[in-house]
Write a protein that binds this ligand. Structure first.
Ligand code: AVJ
Length: 321
C-alpha cells in the first residue's frame, strides 16, 4: 500500500473524485461510489432500521401486488432491473411472471458485490434465467435490448426510489433515454418515495444508531483505501438536511476543522474550511401525482399506481404505447 499511494491511479473513480472535489462552489462526490463492498452491506443494514421504512414499503407493495402488477402489463419475456442491489424484493415479480412463462432476468449493477449477492438470491428460481450485467444503467439496458427477438416484451424495473438520486432535470433526461431504447408494449415499473413529515424523513437519513452516518463516511474511507488518501474520518461528520425548495434529502460530509487532505492516487491536495461540506447524495421525494406527469414528459403512459399507507411510497407502472 505504501508504495501504491505515491502513484497516480488512472480510473474513472480517480477522475470523478478529482472533478468533484475541485468543483468551484459546492464540492461533491457521485453517490454511486457509496456502494463498494462495505457500502453495499451498510445499505442492507440501513434497510433494516426502523427509521428507514422505504425498503419495507417497497417490498410490501411488491409482495402484495405482484400478481396484479404483472396482469396489467403486456406479459414480458425479458425483465431488466436497474440497480438490482441484493435482488431480494425482485423475487416477488419474478415468481409471479415465471408462473406464466420462462422469464429472462437481467440485473444491471455497477457494484460487483451487490451483483454477486443478487445472483445468489435469484439465480436458482424455477423458469427464470439470470444473466447479470456489471455495467452502468443505460449501457446495460442497451445490451439487454440487443438480446430480444421482435415481438418479445421487455419490462424494466427501477425500484427502491433510486430515481431519487437524480435531480429533477436529470431525471427527465434519464427517463427519456430509457424510453428511447424501448419499444411499444414495453413497460417500466418505477418506485418513488412520497414526501412525508420532515422529521420522519430526516430521521430516515440520520438514524440514532449511526448506520447511515457510517454508510456516508465509508466513502471517505473508500477514497483512503483505493486512492491512498489521508482523510482523517474523525475530522468529518455526517449531515442530512431537507432542501424544501428542491424537495430532497441531501447527505453531506462536513469538515469539522480547517484541514488539508492529500489524495495521492488522484494527484490532488484539497484544502477544506471548517464547516465546509462535500455533498454525497440526494434523495428526492415526490407527490403522489408527480410520477404520472414524469411519465408523460418522458414518452410513457402511467397505467396504474399502487401506494403503501404505512410508509407513503408508490409503485408506478408505465407503458410505452
Ligand atoms: C438506494 C438511493 C434509494 O436515497 O433512500 C439510504 C440510499 N442513502 N440512506 C435512498 C440511501 C441513505 C437510498 N437509495
Amino acid at each position: 500500500m505504501a508504495t501504491q499511494t505515491q502513484q497516480l491511479v488512472s480510473s474513472e473513480f480517480a477522475t470523478d473524485v478529482r472533478a468533484g472535489l475541485t468543483k468551484p462552489g459546492q464540492r461533491e462526490l457521485p453517490s454511486k461510489y457509496l456502494y463498494d463492498e462495505v457500502g453495499s452491506e451498510l445499505f442492507e443494514a440501513i434497510c433494516l432500521l426502523p427509521e428507514y421504512g422505504l425498503t419495507r414499503a417497497d417490498t410490501r407493495l411488491l409482495q402484495r401486488y405482484s400478481p396484479e402488477i404483472i396482469a396489467r402489463m403486456p406479459l414480458p419475456t425479458h425483465v431488466a432491473e436497474l440497480g438490482s442491489g441484493s435482488g431480494k424484493k425482485t423475487r416477488f415479480i419474478l415468481e409471479a411472471l415465471s408462473k406464466h412463462r420462462r422469464t429472462y432476468y437481467y440485473p444491471i449493477e455497477i457494484s460487483p458485490a451487490a451483483l454477486a449477492a443478487c445472483e445468489k438470491e435469484l439465480g436458482q428460481l424455477d423458469f427464470v434465467s439470470l444473466v447479470g450485467y456489471e455495467k452502468p444503467y443505460l449501457e446495460g439496458l442497451r445490451a439487454v435490448t440487443a438480446r430480444r427477438e421482435p415481438g418479445e416484451h421487455l419490462c424494466v424495473l427501477f425500484l427502491g426510489s433510486t430515481i431519487g438520486n437524480f435531480d429533477r432535470p436529470a431525471t427527465d433526461d434519464f427517463l427519456r433515454q430509457v424510453r428511447s431504447v424501448l419499444e411499444p408494449g414495453d413497460s417500466l415499473l418505477l418506485g418513488t418515495d412520497i414526501e412525508k413529515d420532515e422529521n420522519v424523513q430526516l430521521l430516515a437519513y440520520d438514524d440514532p444508531v449511526g448506520v447511515t452516518a457510517a454508510f456516508n463516511m465509508n466513502l471517505l474511507a473508500r477514497i483512503n483505501r483505493e486512492l491512498g488518501a489521508d482523510f482523517h474520518l474523525r475530522d468529518f461528520r455526517h449531515l442530512a438536511l431537507w432542501n424544501s425548495e428542491e424537495r430532497r434529502i441531501e447527505m453531506h460530509l462536513q469538515s469539522l476543522r480547517r484541514q488539508r487532505v492529500n489524495i495521492a492516487g488522484a494527484g490532488l491536495l484539497v484544502r477544506l474550511e471548517e464547516g465546509e461540506t462535500i455533498w454525497t447524495e440526494s434523495s428526492h421525494k415526490y407527490s403522489a401525482q408527480e410520477p404520472a406527469k414524469m411519465a408523460a414528459r418522458a414518452g410513457f403512459r402511467q397505467f396504474e399506481q399502487w401506494t403503501d399507507q404505512e410508509w407513503p411510497f408508490a409503485q408506478n407502472l408505465w407503458i410505452v404505447e
